[in-house]
Design a protein around this ligand. Structure first.
Ligand SMILES: [Zn+2]
Ligand SMILES: [Zn+2]
Length: 350
């Protein structure tokens, strides 16, 4: 998707996409747009780091280091602030990031890497220990938490919802999303009326909603969910959620079913996959539908729960090209602490 060939091309395309995606901003230069950012996000300013070399000192490079720190690629936090120098730890972070995201591993801030950094992604801290997998890319949270019951209920918050999509449509979206997972593992999901006693609690929230991970308005952070057996599933109520791109024309519309399917994977215990086609890959662009489980998703969740006796792998083989990837990772988190999965989207989409 991000096949940039030069810095000029990158700047031109990013300028174009930013102009398309930020109709609230008047036409300005890329620098003005990216400096203005959106909701305080500094990601839009990262285009200027394309081809910056090791040892270079560029004002603002510390923000890139904060990005890598946020997603678990640069640890620990220095006693003083991050510097603006492209140093060895940053190079190591870039290498680890490129491995995790399935990019060419160069340790350089090439256009492909910077574009990926700026692109929509799930904001989970990717602090991980790399494992060598021969044929799989899926990952789990540290400790591999999973549900110990096979019948799970889900419910929607009666207060924290959105009004512009009919409840029946939202319910249908989630029913389809849950069915995709229950078709491959012996877990049943049933909608419940009582939100407070349901295993999986789904709601749309705005801004700071009390769990330390405030949402940030249109795009940016989209949603987050918690690992087993917590069940909290929060979506950013400020997004332009779509159940049908035919009727929802917004350039920043986000497919509810795709995000629901991805987040259910987290609720079940899957972390991010390095397989770009997989539902559990961290990135998803606005106006993109990605709801079909791939072989990597299925193998990952079945390793946790076993297979649904009615599931046949042959049903996946025809459309799945993800089989055979070579590197995976295992997510690290505290077994006793909640794992926050944050769907973070920038405005870079092509
Ligand atoms: Zn995610
Ligand atoms: Zn939340």
């Amino acid at each position: 998707m991000f096949q940039f060939v030069s810095y000029k091309t990158t700047v031109a395309l990013l300028s174009f996409s930013l102009l398309l995606s930020l109709p609230c901003f008047p036409a300005k230069t890329l620098n003005e747009l990216t400096a203005a950012g959106r909701n305080g996000s500094a990601w839009h300013d990262f285009a200027r780091f394309v081809d910056v070399g090791r040892g270079s000192h560029v004002s603002g490079m510390s923000e890139l280091k904060k990005y890598f720190h946020r997603f678990g690629y640069l640890n620990p936090v220095p006693k003083t602030n991050f510097t603006d120098t492209f140093d060895d730890p940053l190079e190591s972070a870039i290498i680890a990031y490129q491995k995790k995201l399935g990019l060419a591993v160069t340790g350089k801030l090439n256009s492909e890497t910077v574009a990926q950094i700026m692109s929509p992604r799930c904001g989970v801290s990717d602090a991980s220990r790399e494992l060598i997998h021969v044929t799989r890319h899926y990952a789990y949270f540290y400790g591999e938490p999973r549900w110990t019951r096979s019948n799970l209920t889900y419910a929607f918050s009666p207060e924290s919802t959105i009004g512009y999509i009919p409840q029946s449509d939202i319910r249908a979206v989630f029913e389809r999303a849950f069915l995709r997972w229950s078709a491959v593992i012996p877990i049943n999901f049933t909608i419940a009326d009582d939100y407070w006693t349901a295993d999986i609690k789904i709601g749309f929230y705005h801004g700071d909603h009390g769990d330390g991970q405030p949402f940030d308005g249109v795009l940016g952070v989209l949603a987050h969910a918690f690992s087993p057996e917590n069940g909290r599933f929060h979506l950013d109520g400020s997004e332009k959620w779509a159940v049908d791109f035919g009727s929802e024309k917004s350039k920043v519309a986000v497919d509810l079913e795709s995000v629901a399917t991805h987040e259910i994977g987290h609720v079940l215990g899957l972390a991010h996959s390095s397989v770009k086609e997989a539902v559990m890959y961290p990135s998803l662009s606005p106006r993109t539908k990605k709801v079909d489980l791939k072989m990597d998703d299925v193998e990952g969740v079945q390793a946790l729960y076993g297979s649904n006796p009615n599931f046949k792998f042959s049903s996946l083989l025809e459309s799945d090209t993800s089989f055979g990837w070579a590197v995976g990772s295992e997510m690290r988190s505290s077994v006793t602490s909640l794992v926050m999965i944050v769907f973070t989207f920038t405005v870079c989409f092509l």
